[in-house]
Design a protein around this ligand. Sequence first.
Ligand code: 13P
Length: 244
Amino acid sequence: MSGTFIAANWKMYKNRAEAEAFFRAWRLLPAPRGREIAFFPPFTLLGVVKELLPSGQALGGQNLHEAAEGAFTGEVSAPMLSDAGCSYVLVGHSERRHVFGESDNRVAKKFSASMNGGLRPVLCVGEKLDEREAGRTLEVVLGQLASALGLLPPAQGFDVAYEPVWAIGTGKVAKASDASEVHLAIIEWLKKRGAGKEARVLYGGSVKPDNAAELLAADGVQGVLVGGASLEPTSFHKIATAGM
Ligand code: 13P
């Protein structure tokens, strides 16, 4: 995989008409060259977005269950996401970990299931405010990475998103130098283990049009995972083309 990766996590926002309006406007804007673009809409919109995506742009799920199929009401599996046209899936997003109580163990199972199911997981890691204030950022982030990737971390086929929990949806963005420190530690950790050789490490947490260029220029930042600012086409386009 190459090129800066710009990803839109729509979380639990938008209905069909809103998604159609987004892509009507998005398709009129010039496609960001040399950048990979992916959209992670809610499950109900995967089919709609698949139809409207400009060619070369990718689709992903926001979550998955670790089993391929079964009596798991309300859940969706890797083969189902793949069948719906997804090539990516978010695994261990902070809202899954901290609102829905997903454990490291569960995240590890989901990570394996997505790799085995032919999807490219974007493994999300990040520390809470108290953990940062206690100087435990790298311990938490690298611990989440080690736990999800297991004893034999895959050599390729996944990406990582560093999303400090205190920066998500709060308007508080990590300083580019703080993001860099964590990104470089993740890259070094992977390199030492021969893992994720072509993995991109994305930053997420209050990425906006006015801070995207600085974040994308920071050492070790190979893309961004955008929540709120990805819901509006012009704002997401400014981020997707920032620093070009
Ligand atoms: P915001 O960009 O709204 O802070 O969300 C970040 C995020 O959680 C992306 O996955």
